[in-house]
Design a protein around this ligand. Structure first.
Ligand code: DQA
Length: 147
């Protein structure tokens, strides 16, 4: 078994439809493509990616609880949960490693309701607006923070 630190990559609601859903905003790459990007970047840094996608807020809360004292960092694209899911805010607040909030698009440049993030106050930092490159950038940021 590898001793590489585990980075939990979480994908929230509707992200299972990436590649097919509003490609003019989110691109044509699938979630599997983005996970592969993150996994390759993690391997280059001696890190392991563990990925979960869920459309259920409670499953994401459980995954964050399960990461406590087990995972070194969390990279999280919550989808629309970003804008209202306070249970995810509270779960993340109880995690003691770096947390990167990640978005393909730049929510700050879109509709008003997307300009609020309930995750941002408990994130170490946010990467948004770089499309699929954001997955590599997020892993690079985690690697730097864990050094
Ligand atoms: C998103 C941005 C959110 O506002 C939206 O609800 C998503 C995707 C992004 O990656 O750009 O589902 O998180």
């Amino acid at each position: 078994m590898s001793n590489a630190p585990i980075v939990l990559l979480l994908s929230g609601v509707n992200l299972n439809l990436l590649g097919d859903r509003e490609p003019e905003i989110y691109g044509t790459s699938t979630l599997a493509d983005h996970v592969a990007t993150a996994t390759a970047a993690a391997e280059a840094h001696g890190l392991t990616i563990e990925h979960l996608q869920s459309n259920a807020e409670s499953e994401l809360v459980d995954a964050i609880h399960g990461a406590r004292r087990r995972c070194a960092a969390i990279i999280f694209n919550p989808g629309a949960f970003t804008h209202y899911a306070w249970s995810l805010h509270d779960a993340l607040a109880a995690f003691d490693g770096p947390i990167i909030e990640l978005h393909l698009s730049n929510p700050a440049a879109r509709e008003e309701w997307r300009k609020t993030s309930v995750v941002a106050p408990v994130a170490t930092g946010t990467i948004a607006g770089f499309g699929g490159d954001g997955y590599r950038l997020a892993v690079d940021a985690v690697a730097t923070l864990l050094k």
